[in-house]
Structures are given as structure tokens and as C-alpha cells.
Design a binder for this molecule. Sequence first.
Ligand code: DGY
Length: 425
Amino acid sequence: MTTLKKQDVIDRAVEVLKENDRGVYTVPTKGLYPFQWNWDSCLTALGQRHFDEDRAWVEIETLFQHQWPDGMVPHIIFHVYDDGYFPGPDVWKSGRPTPTSGITQPAVAGFAVRRLYDNARNKQAAARRARALLPKIDAWHRWFYENRDPQKEGLVAIIHPWEAGRDNSIDWDEAFERVPTHGVEPYVRRDTQHADPKHRPTKEQYDRYLWLLQHFRSLDWNNSKLHDASPFQVVDPGFNAILIRSCADLAVLATELGEPALAQANRDRSEKGQEAMEKLWSEEHGQYLCLDRVIGKLIDSASIGGLLAAFCAVPKARAEVISNTIGKLAEKARFLVPSHDPADPRFDAKRYWRGPCWLVVNYMIADGLAVAGQTAMAERITQSSLDLIAESGFAEYYDPLDGEPLGGGRFTWTAAMVLEFVQAA
Ligand code: DGY
């Protein structure tokens, strides 16, 4: 990028972030997602820090104001009334003072807060704000291992595809067969009124999303019961890698801020998790795979979840193989990183998480690979992400074969990631 073009990209990214800013939280995009989403917000803060450090902290602080008493941080905070989204608070009925959903999302806050702190211009204010967030993030991490790892294996399960954020990934197809659809209350989808239905999950998948929601609601959102009561329990390497990385980063931050006990607890979680990740490695696929915990079997699905595992400092040899696997994907797709292997007959270039590229995942994979010394591939992923922006603007996701912008437009976290990427370009 020339200097001029770089400044142009920065200006456009900042414009998107400001447009979606609702004062103390940012919506992912207007229309399709009119509330605060958990991991969207944490990654958004990383973009905001480049032009307004204070606002970046506020984004994460707002999210943690809605943490549940048991430690869970919900995946959506319904700050305002908006009937343009389904399922809204009247469906979740989570009983929180400000309505929230009843499930969680990837725990990227620990990583984000360390990054905000490490790069802060105002170090004193950053130390104060990070210190206030430390015990809250720690409580969320503890919640995960207490509620989603009942056998103390070091890996947590998601109990709803929305928790992974990769809603309709091919990874869930088989396990999802086990989720019934009878008794699902009648509903009208809103997402398909904002985005092309061909780029969104199917009706069958929505029926199952809703069945799980109703099932958990019937158990009063009691987290000590939900894992075992769920017919869907999947150990996703990407989801675990984010949590493990956040534990490791929180440990470093806690040490720096003089909280040794909190640091030790998080170091223990991350080390145990890193070791346990090995159970998910597939030599044949050259990446990690999801585990269907209900039947105790690895899921034969070469998705981006197993590449995202690179985010948690996996052994260097594993990072090298992951980097080679991504190199092979680059021979099949014009843009990196497709969310599923284009050679798999189940690949769908335009349907949400069944093929398209997502800049947030690119960012985390590139970061992990760079840490592991795979700098050439990290740079290649970064460049491919910026090429997508230049060609197709700030979309929610992109067709990896032709670069078509897909889903919601003027998307917050895409813009935030661009601000992160251009610092390195
Ligand atoms: C949606 O509504 O599409 C979300 O991904 C659920 O969080």
C-alpha cells in the first residue's frame, strides 16, 4: 500500500467504527446486528485503540458490566429495544436486569485487554482499568473450566454453535443431527431480511438453534446443568485456543500488575489446555479437529477452527504444519483463509462459515503464526485480508474464490481488524 492509500483505508475504517458506535458499545452492523456482541466488542476495541484509547476501554468495560453472577459473559447484551433481530430478549428470557442472551462466546477479552495495556499511550490509566477488569476476566475463565469441562480434561465444550461464533460450520453437521426440532415454537427469522438467505444458515439449522435455546431456557439457564443436559457438546480447537491464549495473556498482565495468585491460576489453565490440545491434532489433515464429546470422536471436517488453534502458541512444529496446510488452501482459493477446505464437497463459497473468509479469524491466525516464527505465512494472510478490503470494502465476510463481499455491510470488526493490520503493513 502506498502512504496515501494506507491513509485512505485508515480513514474509511475509522468511519465505519464511528458510524456503528452507540456511545458505550458498538453494534456489529446496523440492521442485522443491532446490539452488543461479546467477541465482536473485544476485537472492536483493538481497532478503536488506534484513534481513541479511552473509548476502547469503555467497549470492554460495558461488556463486563453485564457479566452474570456465576462468571459467564453472555454473547449478546440487548441494550435497547429493536425488533429487527431474532431471537430477541423475549425469547431468551434470561432474567437479567439488562436483558442478555443465555449462552457465551469466544473468550478473547484476556488477549484484547493485554494488547490494550501493552500498547497504551496513557499507561497509568491503562493499569487502573486493566486492574479493574482482571478479576472479572479471571472469573469468566474459571466459569468456563468449572461448567464446560466437567471431567477436568483441560478443554471446554460449546453447547450451542452460536457460542463458537462459527454458527453454521460444517464441523457441527453430524453432532447437530442429534438435536431434535420437534416442539420449536413458531418464529420469523429477521436475518434473512437484512442479508441474502443464500449466504446465511438454513431453516433446518435455525430450528436446531432454537430447540437448544428453548431447552436451556427450560432449565432456567442454570449453567451447572446445561453442559450435561445438552445433546450438542463439541470441543472446538479454535474456541479453546482463544481461551487458552487469553488465560496466558491474563497471566502475564496479572504478573505485571502485581496479582501473582491470579497470574498463577491462569498460567495453570493455559498450560493444561495447551497440553490437552494435542488430543485434537490430526496428522492426516495437517491441523487440529473438533471433538464430538457426546460420542468421544474427532470430527472429520477440515475447517478454520483447527487452523485458528495456532493462536494459542501450539508447538512450533505444529505451527509449521498449519502454515503448510494454509499454503495448500491458497492453491485452491484466491483469498486466505477460507473457513473450509474448498476441495471438500460440503464447501460452500458464499454461505457464512461454510467457506467464506473472515478477517477476525485471519487476524488471530496471523498473530499466532507470527508468534511461532511463521512470519511469511502471517504476512501473506495479512496481505490477502487487505486485498479483500481494497477489492470489496468492509464486508462481514467474503467469498474466498472471487472476493465477493457477503453478509452485512460496513462491518465493525472487519474495520477494526484493518486498523490492526495496517500497523504491520
Ligand atoms: C446471529 O444471530 O446470526 C448470530 O450469529 C447469533 O449470535
